[in-house]
Ligand binder design. Structure first.
Ligand code: SF4
Length: 308
């Protein structure tokens, strides 16, 4: 079994990706991946990723979190244990003569459009999330198709719970603000569940801040200035459903009344703070996906009496 490392370097919403187009016989030929390579003799995974990052990019990583262990199984190759890292700070300048491929900063919303191994999309979705160290087994067939994946979070076995990122304190609302739950509730939730923060509007590629949007009587989502943003809302909802599949989450706590996250009640499309019976695009899609969706007002069923 061979041991390798892989690191994704993220800065200002962009990931440093390598387009593997230079090496003859490269098993990753034409795909986009992060930075990394084989462990050399007497190297730890951490030694290896620092060396590989320096060699391939010219950058010295100054913070590098060990996030997961990924096992690749394929009839075509020796089984590989890949140590996965995520880095945000570095020193130095990017080299332009990497022998392995072409380096390019790619914005997060365009990452999934790149040709890559299907299993890479699973851990790329997990990296920006506040999830525990994970073990991921990926099984490919001889044609390079992903035929199964098995994901486990380490530590105490806690049920995964999707949660609107703005309820966790992320400033991702349309006005750049947040709506965090109380400290007590957050502590109780994180003691019982592995919280998977998701913001469908960000995942759909919308900026923050952004012009507010509401679901219209014809079912489309339009901004206050009339622009139709339904496609971005649907894209984000699909991404959240993908997170549910990847993490095997069965329940989601979503922010009430939002055109994405609202469950049962949302604003009526007139931008006059008038409510109507309907659900946000993500809440509806998750429900159709078999996920139980609750709003923050319905947390009581998930928490002990004293923190409700
Ligand atoms: S889409 Fe959901 S998580 Fe994102 S800001 Fe709106 S309510 Fe919060």
């Amino acid at each position: 079994m061979k041991n390798t490392t892989l690191c994704y370097i993220e800065q200002n919403g962009q990931y440093l990706m390598m387009h593997r187009v230079k090496k003859v016989g490269d098993c990753n030929r034409d795909k986009w991946i992060g930075i990394g390579g084989h462990l050399e003799e007497y190297e730890s995974p951490y030694d290896c990723i620092l060396r590989e990052a320096k060699e391939e990019t010219g950058l010295t990583l100054t913070d590098c979190a060990y996030r997961g262990l990924v096992s690749f199984c394929s009839p075509n190759y020796e089984t590989e244990q890949m140590h996965l890292f995520f880095a945000h700070t570095f020193e130095g300048s990017l080299r332009e003569d990497c022998e392995e491929g072409d380096l390019q900063w790619i914005s997060r919303e365009h990452l999934m459009d790149l040709p890559m191994w299907e299993g890479d999309r699973i851990f790329l979705n997990l990296l920006p999330q506040d999830v525990p160290f994970f073990l991921l087994k990926l099984v490919y067939d001889a044609d390079g198709n992903l035929i199964s994946h098995d994901l486990h979070f380490t530590g105490e076995a806690r049920e995964p719970l999707l949660i609107s990122a703005c309820l966790l304190g992320s400033p991702c609302r349309y006005d750049g603000k947040t709506k965090p739950l109380s400290e007590t509730v957050l502590q109780d939730l994180s003691a019982r569940y592995t919280l998977i923060p998701v913001c469908a509007e960000i995942l759909g590629g919308l900026p923050t801040p952004r012009i507010p949007a509401e679901i219209q009587p014809d079912g489309r989502v339009r901004r206050q200035d009339g622009e139709d943003v339904t496609d971005a809302y649907l894209r984000g909802a699909n991404e959240v459903c993908r997170y549910a599949d990847i993490t095997d989450a069965k329940t989601a706590i979503l922010k009430a009344r939002s055109p994405s996250c609202g469950m049962g009640t949302v604003y009526d499309g007139s931008f006059t703070a008038t409510l109507c019976k309907n659900s946000g695009v993500t809440a509806r899609m998750l429900t159709e996906h078999g996920i139980r969706v609750l709003t923050e007002a319905q947390l009581s069923s998930l928490l002990p009496d004293e923190s409700r």
